[in-house]
Structure formats: structure tokens, C-alpha cells
Design a protein around this ligand. Structure first.
Ligand SMILES: Cc1cc2nc3c(=O)[nH]c(=O)nc-3n(C[C@H](O)[C@H](O)[C@H](O)COP(=O)(O)OP(=O)(O)OC[C@H]3O[C@@H](n4cnc5c(N)ncnc54)[C@H](O)[C@@H]3O)c2cc1C
Length: 461
């Protein structure tokens, strides 16, 4: 059967009846989806990629995940684990068909131990929901991805996500203590330890973090949490160029300022957010959004004032009392750009902060030489930028060449092809460029855990 949806040619290969029969022995039939209208929501993520799975299975227990994987292994059926499907790389799209395992029904917080500052969750717990529970106890789970209202902890661990508070708190890797992983043959593995620190053997846990569902499925995640700050001080700092903004940010780092947020946005991104949200950003070439946090109001305020004095290139400095609205608006950057243009290609490069000014210069040169509009924003305090190419269906090929050039420049500056979104389909071709000989060992690892290659095929390496 063939379908044309949103300009894409999609092939749907229904399962043989015997496969469904086999799966229905291990999971209730009502939680096996096989009708086309039910499958379409699982055929895409936040990218342009689309592929319809043959079935979607919605387990509610670890045992169901184990049994599903045993069948998939025996029959060599491709398996794509899925959280909320907000991936920006095509990671959650079932490019080889097969089954999608929807993990959103495994969504309980299993226990919290505030004496040890840790907790255990199932993978389908939503980031913001977890923080609502933690706030009641005075705790916080970093680092606030833009998709926090919907994305799952399982998806975040599988992509090593970070967010607007990454400059202070770092990516999720820094908070995962241990994982329960179901390997494709159904074996249940525990990697890591509830202990705060461990020097025991190879760091297998870290191999699974960022593995994008290509090695196994997480069914339980032990996380470290931190006390929730009580006070915040926030400012908007305007610049007449992105280069100036990035130079001042590097000075803030050098002077040892303890920022909890350092986000950069260019004029096109600001204009677009102002168009689609209630917040009106200043009409400037670049804006740094800065915040400090802590438990002593005066200290938090003093640290921000110190920061603002260091911003010698700033053309305007404004303190903000409306931090909640401001962060809502910042998180609307990607959705606003998506509304503004028929299609997008979002990049996710990261470089050392001292190289950010050079990178933004390269982005401007690439935009001019490829004649393509680029909107740039990102978690600049972590060196992450999301240059977003605005597409009109005709210039996708040009955008892909421009993106390749950008990635090359980021690597030359000592950077990485992805700061937070992961590899998925989008970055796969660039893995060799970044990792050289190490890629061979990554492929060997993949083969050890998934010898028949059923786990999220076509992704990462
Ligand atoms: C508007 C917007 C803003 C965003 N902002 C940020 C941001 O600030 N920071 C950031 O890091 N990302 C951001 N993202 C990207 C995305 O939200 C993150 O990558 C997020 O962590 C994905 O979570 P998810 O539940 O949607 O996972 P999915 O998209 O469903 O899956 C992502 C990957 O994880 C795998 N996976 C999911 N669950 C499991 C599991 N239990 N076991 C094994 N593998 C699993 C999937 O197979 C896939 O490879 C943003 C996306 C959007 C659309």
C-alpha cells in the first residue's frame, strides 16, 4: 500500500497475521496497534522523516518489554523504542519498518530517597511532571530541555539531553546513577550503581546513555536530583552582533561568573518568537539571556550585577521580573520558526565557548555564500548553537550542503556534530568525520549488544 502524506512517499508493510498472534500471547491485544490511522502518529518525530511501522506495541510492564524483544529477536523484526517522539534527528522514526515500542505507559515514579538525593523512574515519566513532584519536596531535576512539557526521561537519557540550565547543571549524563536495560535477546541488565560514585570496572552505563535505542531499552532509571534554588536574578543583554554577544559570554566564563542560564538568540529568532508568542523581544541583532540562581537573594543579585558589568560590548541591559514568561518564550524558539517557514533543517553543533564567536561568523558566511536564511539560537553557555536553515522545499539540497559545511567548520574549531539532540538519521553520515578510528569501536560495541541489528536500525552508526 502506498500513501502520499505531506509530500512524502510512504510505504506501509502490514504484518503477517502470525506475528500479531505471537505478540498477542505476551501483551494484551488492545495494546497492539495495527490499523493505519493508529500507526501514523508513530511514523514521525520533529523532523521531516516519515515511515509507517507495521505495528505499535504499548507495554505496561518490564516483563512485557522482555517478551516482546524475545519475539522480535527470534523473528529479526526491527524495533524502535519511543518516548514522546520529539527527536530532532529522526531517531524515533522507524526507517526500516517493524515495530515501535511505545514506552509512555511505563510512567511511574517508583521511589524517591531524599536522604540520598536520588529517585527511580520508569522511562515514560515526562520531564516537567517529574519536576512538579520534586518541587513539592524542594528538589529539582536539571537541565530543562525546551521540550520538557512532553519529552520523557527515557528519551532524554537515550539522547543525553541537556537544556537551558546546562551551563550550571550539565547534561542528563551527569545525573544518571544506574539503568535497567533490556537487551534485544530479552536479557535484563543493571548498569551503574545507586551509590553517588563508583570506580568499579568499565563505565557500561555511559555506553547506554546517548545510545538512542540502538543497544537496548531502558525500563528503570535511577537519577540524582539537586536542591531547588530559592532565588533567581534574570537579565536581557542586547548586542549589535552575535559575535559581540559570544565574545562577552566568553569573558563571563573567564571571570568565573556562576551563571545558571546563558542563552543566545539572533535577530531572526527573536523576531519570529515575538510574532508567535505574547512576549515582545527587543529588535536587536543579538540577545543574551542571563540568569543566576541560589539560596541567598543578595548573593544571586550580586552575581548577576557582576555579570552585567563584564558585558562591555552590550548596547542595552535590562533586568527582567518576568522570568517564567521569558523562559516560555525562549522555549518557543523552535516551534515559532517551524510556524514561520514551510520547513526547517535544525543543526545542533557545539564548540568550546571561546570559539563561539568564530562559529557565528562562519554561520553568517555560510548563510551568505549558500544564499539561505539561517536563524541561530542555543544554549551558548554550553557552547551549543542551533543554526536553523529556513527551507522552501526547493532549497533542501542547498541547505544540506550548507549544513555539511557548518559541521565541518564546527569540527575544525574543536567541536562536535551534536551538542544535545543526538545522531539519529540526520548526523549519521558525519560520524566518521568526528570520530575517525573510534567509530570502528562504536560499531563493535553495537554488534556485542545487538548482534542481529534489530535495535533502531539505520541510526547512530
Ligand atoms: C521544541 C523542541 C525543543 C527541544 N529542546 C531540546 C533541548 O533543549 N535539549 C535537548 O537535549 N533536546 C531538545 N529537543 C529534542 C528532544 O526533545 C530530546 O532529544 C528529548 O530528549 C527526546 O525525548 P522523547 O521522549 O521525545 O524521545 P523520542 O523522540 O521518542 O526518542 C528519542 C530517542 O530515544 C530512544 N528512546 C526513547 N525511549 C527510550 C527507552 N526507554 N530506552 C531506550 N531508548 C529510548 C528512541 O529510540 C530515540 O532514538 C527539543 C525538541 C523539540 C521538538
Amino acid at each position: 500500500m502506498n500513501f502520499i502524506i505531506l509530500f512524502y512517499h510512504i510505504e506501509f508493510i502490514p504484518f503477517h497475521h502470525s506475528y500479531i498472534m505471537e505478540f498477542s500471547r505476551v501483551i494484551e491485544k488492545s495494546r497492539i496497534l495495527t490499523d493505519l490511522p493508529e500507526l501514523i502518529p508513530f511514523s514521525y518525530d520533529a523532523t521531516r522523516h516519515r515511515c509507517i511501522p507495521s505495528a505499535v506495541l504499548r507495554p505496561v510492564t518490564k516483563k512485557e518489554v522482555v517478551e516482546i524483544l524475545k519475539i522480535a529477536s527470534k523473528k529479526r523484526i526491527p524495533v524502535v523504542p519511543r518516548g514522546a517522539g520529539t527527536s530532532l534527528t529522526g531517531a524515533s522514526v522507524p526507517v526500516k519498518g517493524g515495530i515501535v515500542i511505545d514506552l509512555t505507559l511505563l510512567s511511574s515514579i517508583k521511589w524517591m530517597d531524599f536522604e540520598s538525593r536520588c529517585l527511580a523512574v520508569e522511562p515514560g515519566v515526562v520531564y516537567d511532571e517529574l519536576n512538579k513532584e520534586l518541587a513539592k519536596e524542594g528538589f529539582y531535576f536539571p537541565s530543562e530541555p525546551g521540550s520538557g512539557k512532553v519529552c520523557t526521561i527515557g528519551g532524554m537519557v537515550a539522547t543525553n539531553a541537556t537544556g537551558i540550565r546546562g551551563v550550571k547543571y550539565g547534561p542528563i549524563r551527569d545525573y544518571v546513577l544506574s539503568l535497567e536495560v533490556i537487551l534485544p535477546n530479552g536479557e535484563v541488565l543493571r548498569v551503574g550503581s545507586p551509590s553517588r560514585t563508583s570506580s568499579s570496572g568499565y563505565a557500561l552505563k555511559d555506553v547506554f546513555i546517548g545510545s538512542e535505542g540502538t543497544l537496548g531499552i531502558f525500563t528503570e532509571i535511577l537519577l540524582r536530583v539537586v536542591p531547588r534554588p530559592e532565588f533567581y536574578a534574570t537579565a536581557l543583554v542586547s548586542f549589535s552582533s552575535m559575535e559581540d554577544a559570544c565574545r562577552d559570554l566568553a569573558s563571563l566564563m573567564k571571570e568565573g561568573i556562576r551563571l545558571s542560564v546563558a542563552e543566545v538568540l539572533d535577530s531572526l529568532t527573536l523576531e519570529t518568537i515575538s510574532m508567535y508568542t505574547k512576549l515582545r523581544f527587543p529588535k536587536v541583532k543579538a540577545l543574551l539571556l542571563l540568569e543566576t540562581d541560589g539560596w541567598e537573594e543578595r548573593e544571586v543579585d550580586k552575581e548577576l550585577r557582576k555579570a552585567l558589568k563584564i558585558c562591555s560590548n552590550a548596547i542595552k541591559v535590562e533586568r527582567s521580573k518576568y522570568r517564567e514568561k521569558l523562559w516560555e518564550a525562549r522555549k518557543a524558539a523552535f516551534p515559532s520558526l517551524a510556524k514561520y517557514t514551510p520547513s526547517l533543517l535544525t543543526e545542533d553543533v557545539a564548540v568550546p565557548v571561546s570559539k563561539l564567536a568564530e562559529l557565528v561568523k562562519k554561520i553568517e558566511e555560510i548563510s551568505a555564500s549558500y544564499k539561505i536564511r539561517v536563524a541561530t539560537f542555543g544554549h551558548a553557555g554550553e557552547g551549543i548553537l542551533h543554526p536553523t536553515f529556513l527551507l522552501d522545499e526547493k532549497n533542501l539540497k542547498i541547505a544540506r550542503s550548507a549544513a555539511a559545511k557548518l559541521i565541518d567548520e564546527a569540527i575544525k574549531l574543536g567541536g562536535t556534530i551534536t551538542g544535545e539532540h543526538g545522531i539519529g538519521i540526520e548526523k549519521r553520515d558525519f560520524m566518521g568525520m568526528e570520530h575517525g578510528r573510534s567509530l570502528r569501536y562504536m560499531k563493535m560495541l553495537k554488534n556485542i549488544f545487538d548482534p542481529s541489528g534489530i535495535m533502531n536500525p539505520g541510526k547512530v552508526c
